[in-house]
Design a protein around this ligand. Structure first.
Ligand code: NAD
Ligand code: UGA
Length: 364
């Protein structure tokens, strides 16, 4: 039975929802690390939760972290920089946060034989083989479906610094696997595919600065009555999964260590595939319904180049269709919540949280 958990990066989007799910059960004692704890203030007084409000890379934390890992039944590692606008603009920080800072955690888990459940990304698959093939072959699932055990990783050249994140995560996965093979480290690698839900990222100019992931970018455009921007026409495809179903998958792993250990899992929803252009359209129509303001049905959507939007060195993942056979067979988990429901729930949260001062009238 997994009872004592260490959770690194517990104050972020996924961490906050995982704490919401695990703490009320009373089954877990959780020791967390994150310098940012705005999203988890509701848990700070819970006797089963202890937060170290600082980064795992801070030298002064090393002893406390080592002791906690020694005591723990499992370490859930969520700490990362995982915002695409930063991959080509802060590449050194991205490599540091996603690989170098995690290296000592992997070593400590191996030293103590503590199960390490570490969050990677579907971005390790990079681009699909289908994207390089002639049109008639692109529809063949063997060229676009992402399978944990057989799909190769296809990333762009070094000057396209978008891939710093994916390569740092991929090296972190290889490090974990090498420790497993050489030193018996029990591990689980989770590869999430575009989780959406309340508390994802921030709205620029309100509770954060910069360019967040697409959900918050589009929400920000709607809230500020500015055009939604489609990067390179919005032809890239994503599959979107509800955060509530996603954290349920993680809870199942914790409850079924024998099934989850030493496995790599895609966590995504195959039925919720959309192009980004379609996503923008669905989101503006959903927001028209939520606000009762029909002008949102025609909210402006414009196309921008990736160079304009992200700067030099961006390159996109064309498509992300996960195989989820392993999660279904080992965890009994399949995502079911349809995209419209995910958007309705998530956008209602954003509206209730940020929607007070929307400028009047539609944008010309
Ligand atoms: P997030 O940015 O909301 O949360 C990450 C948290 O890690 C932040 O609160 C940040 O303060 C913290 N952190 C960063 N560096 C730290 C350090 N050195 N020490 C302690 N805490 C640190 O991101 P998220 O969406 O919750 O993602 C969590 C994990 O899942 C990441 O590893 C990410 O790469 C992965 N992931 C998420 C998604 C998704 O759809 N949300 C998709 C793919 C992969
Ligand atoms: C994201 C992040 O890399 C990670 O958090 C995570 O590892 C990964 O998702 C994942 O889920 O596995 P990505 O989906 O590319 O990667 O990032 P988003 O910001 O969500 O962008 C999705 C798509 O929307 C991209 O094609 C992007 O170019 C586009 N986009 C983004 C727009 O067209 N307009 C915007 O305003 C923002």
């Amino acid at each position: 039975m997994v009872r004592k958990l260490v959770m690194l990066g517990c104050g972020g989007f996924i961490g906050s929802h995982l704490l919401d799910l695990l703490l009320p059960t009373g089954d877990y004692e959780i020791e967390g690390w994150d310098p940012d704890y705005q999203k988890i203030e509701q848990h700070l007084n819970n006797p089963n939760f202890h937060l170290h409000a600082c980064g795992i890379h801070e030298g002064s934390e090393r002893a406390a972290l080592g002791d906690a890992i020694e005591r723990a039944d499992a370490v859930v590692n969520l700490a990362a920089i995982c915002n695409p606008a930063e991959y080509n603009t802060r590449p050194l920080d991205v490599i540091r946060a996603n690989f170098l800072d995690i290296y000592p955690v992997v070593e400590m888990c191996a030293d103590h034989g503590t199960w390490l459940m570490t969050f990677s990304t579907c971005e390790v698959y990079g681009r699909t083989l289908a994207g390089y093939l002639p049109e008639p072959l692109r529809g063949n699932p063997q060229y676009f479906e992402l399978d944990e055990e057989i799909t190769p990783f296809i990333m762009g050249p070094i000057r396209n610094q978008r891939w710093t994140y994916a390569t740092a995560k991929a090296l972190m996965e290889r490090l974990v696997y090498a420790y497993h093979k050489e030193h018996g480290l029990p591990f689980t690698v989770v590869r999430p595919l575009n989780f959406f839900g309340p508390r994802m990222d921030y709205i620029p100019g309100r509770d954060g600065e910069g360019t967040p992931r697409v959900l918050a970018c589009f929400m920000s455009a709607l809230l500020n009555r500015e055009p939604m921007q489609l990067v390179d026409g919005g032809t890239a495809r994503r599959t979107i999964v509800s955060i509530y179903e996603a954290v349920d998958a993680i809870a199942r792993m914790l409850r079924r260590p024998e099934q989850a250990k030493n496995q790599i899992f895609n966590i995504g929803n195959r039925n919720n595939e959309t192009t980004i252009a379609e996503l923008a359209d669905r989101m503006r129509r959903t927001y028209a319904r939520i606000t009762g303001d029909a002008s949102y049905d025609e909210h402006p959507i414009v196309s921008v180049s990736s160079e304009q939007f992200y700067g030099e060195g961006y390159e996109d993942c064309d498509r992300r269709m996960p195989s989820t056979v392993k999660a279904a067979s080992l965890l009994g988990w399949t995502a079911k919540i349809p995209l419209d429901e995910v958007l309705e729930d998530t956008m209602t949260y954003f509206h209730n949280t940020y929607g007070q001062n929307i400028p009047a009238g539609a944008l010309a």
